[in-house]
Write a protein that binds this ligand. Structure first.
Ligand SMILES: Cc1cc2nc3c(=O)[nH]c(=O)nc-3n(C[C@H](O)[C@H](O)[C@H](O)COP(=O)(O)OP(=O)(O)OC[C@H]3O[C@@H](n4cnc5c(N)ncnc54)[C@H](O)[C@@H]3O)c2cc1C
Length: 534
């Protein structure tokens, strides 16, 4: 007889990575997929641009590989890049077979071109590719009898052999908080997969939904996994600055069509940073805006396209125009306030080409992982691709090894005996704010990094005290994870004594060409010996 909370495979996360893996597993495998919020909520739902793959001549794998390595400032693992790109056409066909409605032109896919790609190779479903994928995958998962979909279930921590005092460190399941019932569940499984997305919520402004609090990275680290390249965080240059416009991106096409970035006093500044001015690459623009905001102590800069005719603006940017109008701005008449926003976490839990981590039975796929695909900078539309390819790779490895893995065991229940309810929720929200501001303000020079590290250390101590003494809530769990991830980002940034890709430090403004590029790998104190090459 199978216990209610016992599965063959426990997948934590229901985005492109988690759902694809669930669907790729054979029908006789009992799978649970957890989502800490609604099942469809996660970065996947908001992806607009598309997914990259070589599908039409004269494009070639070699060209896609070369572009990816260039964008990644050659910190990528070439083997991973080739592995991912060569498997892309199969991943696309799989999505098509499931019914994802990619936009077509005549008898083939319509392809767009995005930053870093030397040719058109981005498939898309109009301007809502992620929504089309997430909806299709979720609809399909709902039809499968072997898949249990558990929404509003937040994983707290992984359960490993060493945590239970057994003589091994295999992952055996996870403690989970059922948010609706406010009950704690110990889920056991033969294999556990982290598909929890990125950690962009570590920063004050982000394009990501609230789910992106780095839970998977923090859980893996606490369980004893290495993490890599956490200093590489991609920022989108223009997110609308308005208290009610959380995460609303203003497309880069506004600058492409003549929009200019201005300081609040109306002065143009991009030409001081790059001779391509407002059309410089995304990371240069984001950094220039950040530099000017900090230099002048301003809360935002302006984006102005009001010199173009109103019908042109309304026709080209209907969504941005409508959202701005809702918030009281008319971009046909005036500039709009914008800030850069954290967009993508390139680093994460180190894995091999099966998605396996340092801990036996534990996999990490999608944005939570560091597979070596993105190097120092993710190329646009390569991330959904990575989710799909590694979901398949992990499913094949899990299927091939499942028969040899130990049966799920009864796990000790979550211990709540030592804690009581807190009446100081305000402490949690205050610490959230302080942490995200600290990450926003301090990470650019060695001195600032030291300052940030001291603050984050203090916050971590305070949060740990809170965590040990009071009943856990999902806000507290996320705050604890974000503080852990912030510490890892700062530590990684401190280790890299050069500027490369997305990582820029005023103390070492150049790329170190004296030696081959190397990953920043952090090893937790409790790590068991492993042999995992990146
Ligand atoms: C606005 C925006 C636009 C983008 N555009 C593109 C694009 O055009 N092309 C592209 O390739 N990429 C794009 N990206 C990036 C891409 O969308 C993400 O990298 C990708 O969707 C990540 O998928 P994922 O499955 O790893 O995670 P997500 O889709 O983020 O899913 C994470 C899942 O994990 C769950 N979860 C997290 N923590 C826990 C926990 N503790 N317990 C239980 N469940 C948990 C969440 O509930 C969620 O179900 C964009 C991202 C954003 C934000």
């Amino acid at each position: 007889m199978v216990a209610a909370n016992s599965f063959d495979v426990l997948i934590i996360g229901s985005g492109a990575a988690g759902l694809s893996l669930a669907l790729r597993l054979p029908a006789q495998v009992r799978v649970a997929v957890l989502a800490k919020s609604n099942l469809n909520e996660g970065s996947t739902l908001y992806a607009q641009g598309g997914i990259s793959a070589v599908t039409q001549a004269p494009d070639t794998f070699e060209s896609h590989i070369a572009d990816t390595l260039d964008a990644g400032a050659h910190l990528n693992n070439p083997e991973t890049v080739r592995f991912t790109i060569e498997r892309a056409p199969e991943a696309i066909q799989w999505l098509v077979d499931l019914g994802v409605p990619f936009t077509r032109s005549e008898d083939d896919f319509h392809l767009t071109r995005e930053g870093g790609h030397s040719t058109r190779r981005v498939l898309h479903a109009a301007d809502a590719t992620g929504r089309a994928m997430e909806t299709t995958l979720l609809d399909e998962a709902r039809k499968r009898e072997n898949i249990s979909l558990l929404e509003h279930h937040i994983a707290i921590d992984l359960i490993t052999g060493s945590k239970l005092g057994l003589g091994h460190n295999r992952c055996m399941g996870a403690y989970v908080l059922d948010r609706n019932r406010q009950t704690f569940v110990a889920c056991s499984a033969r294999s556990v997969v982290l598909a929890t997305g990125g950690a962009s919520k570590a920063y004050l402004y982000t394009s990501n939904p609230d789910t992106a609090s780095g839970d998977g990275i923090a859980m893996a680290w606490r369980a004893g996994c290495r993490v890599a390249n956490m200093e590489f965080n991609q920022f989108h240059p223009t997110c609308l600055y308005h208290p009610k416009a959380k995460s609303f991106l203003v497309t880069e096409a506004v600058r492409g069509e003549g929009g200019r970035l201005l300081l609040p006093d109306g002065t143009s500044f991009m030409e001081r940073f790059d001779n391509r001015g407002n059309l410089a690459p995304r990371d240069i623009v984001a950094r220039a805006i950040d530099h000017e905001m900090k230099r002048l102590g301003e809360e935002y800069v302006l984006l102005d396209i009001s010199h173009k005719p109103a019908p042109f603006i309304k026709q080209h940017f209907p969504t941005v125009y409508a959202r701005c109008r809702e918030l009281g701005y008319d971009m046909t008449l005036e500039p709009i306030p914008v800030v850069p926003a954290a967009h993508y976490t390139c680093g994460g839990v180190m894995t091999d080409l099966h998605g396996e981590t340092d801990i036996a039975g534990l996999y990490a796929i999608g944005e939570v992982a560091c597979t070596g695909m993105h190097g120092a900078n993710r190329m646009a539309s390569n991330s959904l691709l990575e989710c799909l390819v590694f979901a398949r790779a992990a499913s094949e490895h899990i299927s091939a090894t499942l028969a040899d893995t130990p049966d799920p065991v009864a796990l000790p229940p979550w211990d709540e005996s030592q804690v009581c309810d807190s009446d100081e929720e305000v402490v949690v929200s205050h610490n959230w704010d302080e942490l995200r501001r600290c990450m926003w303000n301090y990470v650019r020079t060695d001195k600032r990094l030291q300052r940030a590290r001291r603050r984050v250390d203090l916050l971590q101590q305070e949060i740990q005290e809170y965590y040990s003494n009071f009943t856990v809530s999902s806000d507290l769990l996320e705050l604890r994870n974000l503080a852990q991830v912030a510490a890892l980002i700062i530590q990684s940034a401190q280790q890299r004594k050069e500027s490369r890709g997305l990582h820029f430090t005023l103390d070492y403004p150049h790329t170190d060409t004296s030696k081959p590029p190397s990953d920043t790998v952090l090893t937790p104190d409790n790590q068991q010996p492993v042999d995992l090459a990146m």
